[in-house]
Design a protein around this ligand. Structure first.
Ligand code: PLP
Length: 394
């Protein structure tokens, strides 16, 4: 616990007062608190914009940020976009076209994944997740591809967990079906590989916030150049619009926020890891095996970008009742990715695998607990004790 307090104090070049705890304010412990640079941290970057008088349309800050994201993605090329949904849409236009084709997506994801498919003029084809990873597996897509034409696949880094690159590389090489990993919440954890492109979100709730923003990283220089063109109304070097496109550019102001965030990137990552370690230890201590963290958070070490803390509660749990008990004890919770994709009105009519038992079982038992860098030891204890009590005396 001491480790968290020390890290919090040392974490930022422009220290901010952490929000008071629930006990101090009588306010609930927040599920999420964005960790965005304050005005002091932003000012030097805003002065750069004053000096360049370049406010949007691929200015120096946007270019610097794209370079920094390429490094984080371990990719030779990256472009930024106004958000991840736009990034995925542009990629689908490029790789598939707007042709009403089936794009494989997991049932357990944020609706943004499937909305990007609709926006691209294609159809989300909803598949079940793998119980071991809570992610789409190549096997599930191969099985679906026996009966349906699948034009592309969007595996999702659920809850910030990285997808396994080698299995998707093998899949795309063998099937020639293009793959874009939706790593909206996994910047810093999900890297890119030859033949596998990756999309990221820079939304305020993500680990690298820009207010709003997104990016795509790829090994394919020609692809990135065409995505760049499509993100600016399809305007090519001649000044003519040469491809169907949109306005999906990231402004210099948004790039400034992300670049200011990157100044304290290492300490931010360390702090998230330390808080996560403390949360997992407290949950294990107070709840034992009744509460299981998401697969990437299990074991002695954990991986992922750590945007959230999702846990699996016992089978048969009365989840609404647990949420009520937590809320009464001033602990905010959320059923992440709930309902699963196929149960949202807009997607319910779209084709999908006949059965989605794993996604359904997960939806019935998954609870998002508060997780953010400002959690204090007493908050963490309170969350774990409250959850243990809600499970033992429902
Ligand atoms: C898995 C997933 N895909 C897509 C998105 C959409 O990202 P953005 O808000 O940048 O469009 C999100 C946002 O949370 C997400 O979690």
């Amino acid at each position: 616990m001491v480790e968290i307090l020390e890290l919090t104090a040392a974490a930022t070049m422009h220290p901010r007062k952490a929000p008071a705890t629930a006990a101090e304010t009588d306010k609930p412990i927040a599920l999420l608190l964005p960790d965005v640079p304050n005005a002091d941290a932003l000012l030097p970057w805003l002065r750069k914009i004053d000096a360049s008088r370049h406010y949007t349309n691929f200015g120096p800050l946007e270019q610097e940020l794209a370079g920094r994201i390429a490094v984080l993605a371990n990719a030779p090329h990256a472009i930024t976009t106004c958000n991840a949904t736009a990034a995925i849409t542009l990629w689908l236009w490029e790789r598939v076209g707007a042709v009403g084709a089936r794009i494989a997506v997991p049932a357990t994801t944020f609706v943004g994944t499937a909305q990007a498919v609709l926006a691209s003029g294609n159809i989300p084809f909803i598949l079940d997740i793998d119980p071991a990873t809570w992610q789409l597996s190549p096997q599930a897509v191969l099985e679906a591809a026996r009966d349906h034409h699948i034009a592309a696949v969007l595996p999702v880094c659920a809850f910030g967990a990285a997808c396994k690159l080698p299995v998707w590389q093998t899949f795309t090489v063998e099937t020639e079906i293009p793959v874009l990993i939706d790593a909206a919440a996994a910047l810093g954890a999900q890297t890119c590989a030859p033949t596998i492109d990756v999309a990221y979100s820079l939304h305020t709730t993500k680990v690298l916030p820009a207010g709003e923003g997104g990016a795509i990283a790829s090994y394919d220089a020609a692809l990135v150049e065409r995505l760049h063109c499509r993100s600016n109304f399809g305007i090519g070097s001649s000044g003519e619009s040469v491809l169907p496109g949109s306005n999906a550019k990231l402004s210099e102001y948004h790039a400034a926020i992300a670049l200011a965030t990157l100044e304290t990137w290492q300490s931010r990552q360390s702090r998230r890891r330390a808080v996560m370690r403390a949360c997992l230890d407290a949950l294990h201590d107070k709840c034992g095996d009744a509460v299981l963290p998401a697969p990437h958070l299990s074991g002695s070490d954990f991986t992922g970008a750590l945007p959230q803390l999702p846990v699996l509660l016992p089978a048969g749990v009365d989840l609404p009742r647990v949420i009520e008990r937590m809320s009464a004890a001033k602990v905010q919770t959320r059923r992440w990715y709930y309902p699963p994709l196929h149960r949202h009105k807009v997607f319910a009519r779209h084709p999908r695998a006949e059965e989605l038992p794993i996604a359904e079982a997960l939806a019935a038992r998954l609870l998002g607990l508060p997780f953010h860098p400002f959690l204090r030891p007493q908050d963490i204890d309170h969350i774990a004790i409250t959850l243990a009590a809600a499970l033992t005396n429902p």
